[in-house]
Design a protein. Structure first.
Length: 554
């Protein structure tokens, strides 16, 4: 029997995030949202003038003015954001039908700051009598009193900040303001009136360049994990572990003032003008590939690497190497700047020379990240085919240029940069999967395992995603050295994809555990005037990597 869940809301008109959670719950095996707990907080008889004066009296004139200016900026940003198809309904409100739920109307006691909610004994009794297993809070950040004890599993809530800081404000704003590389969220649970909280889940996404875009990405990416946490809590055998317990400490709500709002506007305008200048000056972020023959990949001087010239109106990225018939061959993403689509090309590399052999793979959709592996004396490629919504395998029938589509091993997924390899008695797949609709492949590392690499029945790791952090989640290569496996990861910067890469040794890899230890990170300083680097590989004495610079299209 499914567990009964109640959601604590301020109105039956709910955000897209709460509506999406309700839709996800319809597919749940363990729970269903049975009850709406509706806070009755507003006075509908107040006209807009009365509300304005009431808010000025409550906040003070300068604070009210600051919020008004900030809301105007957000409104303008939202208009721009809606032009992007995947965010077209982000700001929509969705009307819930009371006929489809049990409805409990409650009246919170609200503090003078409008931030703290508590409830009297009558309302708490109403909630207890509903026999709910868990409450989900979609209203105030700060609840007080016995509300936490009315359900056996307490109250779970999603918060858009890093729990290491207690200074919060508009979700995702201060990270953009401070040009932080990542923006965090936490999912926490409280089960007693002293408000001891349990951090059940946390993640970090790459910070976007303007506030509304960062907010949309944060909400959309985090929301499926709230569903996943509820699914786990209500299962017969919960797997989630409490990451941290802490007693309540006051949260400092810091809303941007007038000066900070205008500083934000100036910073964001500067970024916009820089983007427009690059576009209309005929320049672009253009990747390139370099290589060198070395004995040790971990101690190489990368500045000694030899650059492979980019073809006319193309750039090269994502190099992967294989040693065959006494020679090294490098498979690369070959991106056409005119068609805005990548294919897979092959270069033969020797000390001091590089020669393009030809195109190995081209499709109607974009291809990149040509990961190679061998199985039963056959060579396979697993390129990124995220535009197709699949993980696909191609088999080599005549090395190095003749490949045929072999099979799809995972369908209807939003993924990028997949690596497949054998370890002990299993085959493993590392991939950057996104459960949301925004296509974020820079934060979440998901693992799967199976009996062989050709299976289409991959089993997900118990702790997926094993990494949820844009500073190291995305794959950037895989190095096998002796009996050790090293994962190359990308580090994303503020509004910058592929700022740097790091190399981590995989310490533990089982069906229930995963850990890795970072050995070093490489900054984009090994060549003059480059802006980033994100792929690094090594096979039999040949090291390859990529880099990006801002140059003219040619």
């Amino acid at each position: 029997m499914k567990k009964r869940i109640g959601i604590l809301i301020d109105s039956t008109q709910v955000s897209k995030q709460m509506y999406d959670l309700i839709q996800l719950s319809l597919k749940s095996k363990n729970y269903h949202i049975s009850t709406l707990l509706i806070n009755q907080t507003t006075n509908s008889n107040e006209n807009i003038i009365t509300q304005i004066f009431s808010n000025i009296k409550s906040l003070g004139f300068m604070n009210y003015l600051s919020r008004a200016v900030f809301k105007i900026i957000c409104k303008l940003e939202s208009i721009a954001l809606k032009q992007l198809g995947k965010y077209s309904n982000f700001y929509n409100k969705f009307q819930l039908s009371e006929d489809k739920f049990d409805v409990i109307k409650i009246k919170p006691k609200i503090s003078k700051s409008d931030l703290i909610y508590s409830y009297d004994a009558t309302d708490l009794k109403k909630i207890r009598n509903a026999n709910l297993d868990l409450l989900v809070s979609a209203c105030s950040d700060n609840l007080r009193g016995d509300i936490f004890t009315v359900c056996p599993n307490g109250i779970v809530s999603l918060h858009y900040f890093d729990n290491k800081t207690k200074i919060v404000g508009p979700p995702g704003f201060w990270e953009v303001y401070g040009r932080k590389p990542r923006t965090g969220f936490i999912i926490q649970r409280s089960r007693n009136k002293l408000t001891e909280t349990e951090i059940l889940y946390k993640g970090f996404i790459a910070t976007s360049w303007f506030y509304s875009l960062n907010l949309a990405n944060l909400y959309e990416i985090a929301n499926p994990y709230l569903h996943a946490v509820i699914e786990d809590i209500t299962s017969d055998k919960p797997l989630l572990e409490v990451q941290k317990k802490s007693s309540y400490k006051p949260i400092l709500h810091m809303f941007p003032g007038i000066i900070q709002t205008f500083i934000y506007l100036l910073k964001t305008s500067k970024i916009l003008f820089e983007k427009l200048f690059i576009k209309f000056s005929g320049r672009c972020y253009r990747w390139g590939i370099a290589y060198q023959f070395v004995d040790s990949w971990s101690e190489a001087e990368l500045g000694r690497s030899i650059k492979i010239p980019n073809p006319h109106n193309h750039f090269l990225a994502d190099p992967f190497v294989i040693y065959r018939n006494g020679s090294h061959y490098c498979f690369v993403e070959d991106y056409d700047l005119i068609k805005k689509k990548g294919s897979i090309s092959v270069y033969k590399l020797s000390p001091g020379t590089s020669c393009k052999i030809g195109i190995a793979l081209i499709e109607e959709f974009h291809l990149s990240y040509p990961y190679l592996f061998e199985f039963k004396d056959d060579l396979y490629m697993c390129p990124e085919t995220g535009e197709k919504g699949e993980i696909r395998l191609y088999k080599c029938i005549d090395f190095p240029l003749k490949w045929v589509f072999h099979k799809t091993i995972m369908k209807d997924v939003s993924v990028a940069d997949t690596a497949i390899f054998a370890h002990e008695d299993k085959w493993w797949m590392f991939t950057n999967l996104d459960r949301s609709s925004v296509g974020d492949h820079s934060s979440q590392l998901h693992l799967y395992y199976g009996p062989n690499p050709l299976t289409d029945d991959w089993i997900p790791h118990e702790k997926n995603p094993v990494i949820f952090d844009s500073l190291k989640g995305r794959n950037g290569g895989l190095i096998k050295d002796m009996n050790s496996i090293y994962r190359v990861y990308q580090r994303q910067g503020f509004d910058f994809y592929g700022e740097a890469f790091g190399v981590a040794k995989i310490d533990k890899l089982t069906t229930s555990e995963y850990s890795e230890k970072t050995l070093f990170e490489v900054e984009p300083t090994f060549f003059k005037d480059i802006k980033g680097t994100h792929t690094f590989n090594f096979v039999k004495g040949l090291l390859v990597l990529d880099y990006v610079e801002i140059t003219k299209k040619k």
